[in-house]
Design a protein around this ligand. Sequence first.
Ligand SMILES: Nc1ncnc2c1ncn2[C@@H]1O[C@H](COP(=O)(O)OP(=O)(O)OP(=O)(O)O)[C@@H](O)[C@H]1O
Ligand SMILES: [Mg+2]
Length: 480
Amino acid sequence: MYKTVNLLVVDDDESLVKVFERVAKEQGLTVALCRTGVEALEYLNKNVVEVAVVDINLPGYNGMQVLEYIKRNQFPTETIMMTGVGNVETAVNAIKMGAYDYITKPFEDINKVVVLINKALERYRLMQKIRRLERQSSDQISYEELVGKSRNMQDVFSTIDSIAGTTSTVLVLGESGTGKELVARAIHKRSKRKDKPFVVINCAALSEHLLESELFGHKKGSFTGAISDKRGLFEEADNGTIFLDEIGEVPPLIQVKLLRILQEGEMRPVGGNQSKKVDVRVIAATNRDLQQFVKDGMFREDLYYRLNVISITLPPLRDRPEDIPLLSYHFLEKYRKKMEKEVTKISVDALQSLQSYRWVGNVRELENVIERAVVLVNGDTITARDLPPKILGDAFYLTSDESGDSSDLSKFDYQEAKNRALWAFNRSYLSNLLRQANGNLSSAATKAGMDRSNFKKIIKKYNVEIMEYKRKQGGKTTEE
Ligand SMILES: Nc1ncnc2c1ncn2[C@@H]1O[C@H](COP(=O)(O)OP(=O)(O)OP(=O)(O)O)[C@@H](O)[C@H]1O
Ligand SMILES: [Mg+2]
C-alpha cells in the first residue's frame, strides 16, 4: 500500500536528519527520510508526500532537480528548499520554480523551521480542499470514462488522481462488472505514460503455456508451432502500462516470472537464454479474494505484496444507488446515439425499480439492461415496461389485491399479461417454499418435486434470494 506522509526530508547530513526526525515526532507528523535525490524521486513516485524539505546540495541528483521533478509531474507536494548561506540566489530561483519557501543552514532557530513546515502543511491541505471543491463544482461526476457521484466513487477518483503520476503497481479489486478495467485505463491516461501503449491481457483466458508465451514472447523453435520469434506483451507494453486482468488465475510458474519482472524489471522469453529489460507499469485486477488465495497456497505471498503496493477497491453497484440514475442516463446517451433513436428520458418509476434492484452483475448488468430498453422503447421515454421482469419488484406484476384479482393485467396484451402473472406466481411460490424450508435448498426442492439443480436454476431465474430465508434462523446459515 502506498503511504501518505506529512513530511519528507531529503538531506545527506545525518545530524540534521536526526533533528527533523525528532521535530516530526514532537509535532505528531509522519516522516520519511531520503539521503539522495534519486532516493527521493523513487519515494515520491511511490507515495504521496504533503511537504518535502529538500537540501539543494545533494550528491548526484541535486535539490533543484528534485523540485523540478515534483513540479513537472504535478505532484501536490509543497517543497521547502534548504540552502547554505551565500547561496540565496539559487533559493530565490527555486521559489520562482514553485517551491513554497526556503531556509538557510545552519538553522538559527529550529522553532522557525517548525513554523514554516506547519504553514506549508496548512497550504497543502488548503490546496487539497480547493482541488476537491473544484472537482465537485465543475460537476466532476465523470472521470475519464468512469461515471459516479457517490462518495465511494469520488474517493476512487481522488485515489487515481494521487497515484496516477507514480510508477507504482496497482491492484484493482471489485466484483465482476464494477469497472476495474476502466479504472486501469484511467490510471494509464492520467499518467506520464499516456502516449505509450496500454496493453490488456486476460490471464484466465489462456492455458498456462499460451499465457507464458503471450506475456513474455518466445523464440523460434522453442515449441511445436513456434515458427518464428515472437515478442511478448511485456515488450509491447515497454514504457507503457500492462493490465493483467484476472490475476488470481495465473498459474504458479508464471507467478514466478511475474515476480521477477516486478522485482528486477527483467524477463526471459520462452526458449530464450537471455534476459531482457523492460520498463512497464503493472496494473492487475481480480474479482477473487486474493488474500484467501494466498492463505490457500494458490497465490504466492511475495507476488501478492509486490502487486498490492496500491490497491483500489470498487464498491458494488448496489452499495451506491445514488450512482444508478447517473449511470442509466450515461448509457442511455451511449445507446441512443448508437441506435439513432430519439429516446432522451427515463421515467421515475423505471428509475426507482433500477435503484432498488440487487445488481449482482453490477454496472455491466445495468448497461445491458439500458441497452435492451433502448432497443425496445417506443417514444422518447424509457418506462418500467421496457425493463426486464427481474428488475421490477413483484408489486409491478400483480395488483396488490390479496384475493389474486388480476384484472389490472387486462391493460397488457395477452403475452405480456401472461409473463407477468407467471412471474408473480413463481416468485410467491418459490419464496413460500423457501420460507417453510428455512432456506434449505434441498428440502424446498423435494417439496416442489424437483431435483436440486433444476430448482436452483429456477430460483436464480426468478431472482429469489435464498440468503433472505436463511438469515431468519437466528443468525446462523446452513451451508449445503
Ligand atoms: N463507473 C462507471 N462508469 C461508466 N461505465 C462503467 C462504470 N463502471 C463500469 N462501466 C462499464 O461497465 C462495463 C464493465 O466494466 P469493466 O469491464 O471495467 O468491469 P470489470 O470490473 O473489469 O468486470 P470483470 O471483472 O467482469 O472483468 C463496461 O462496459 C464499462 O464501460
Ligand atoms: Mg474486466
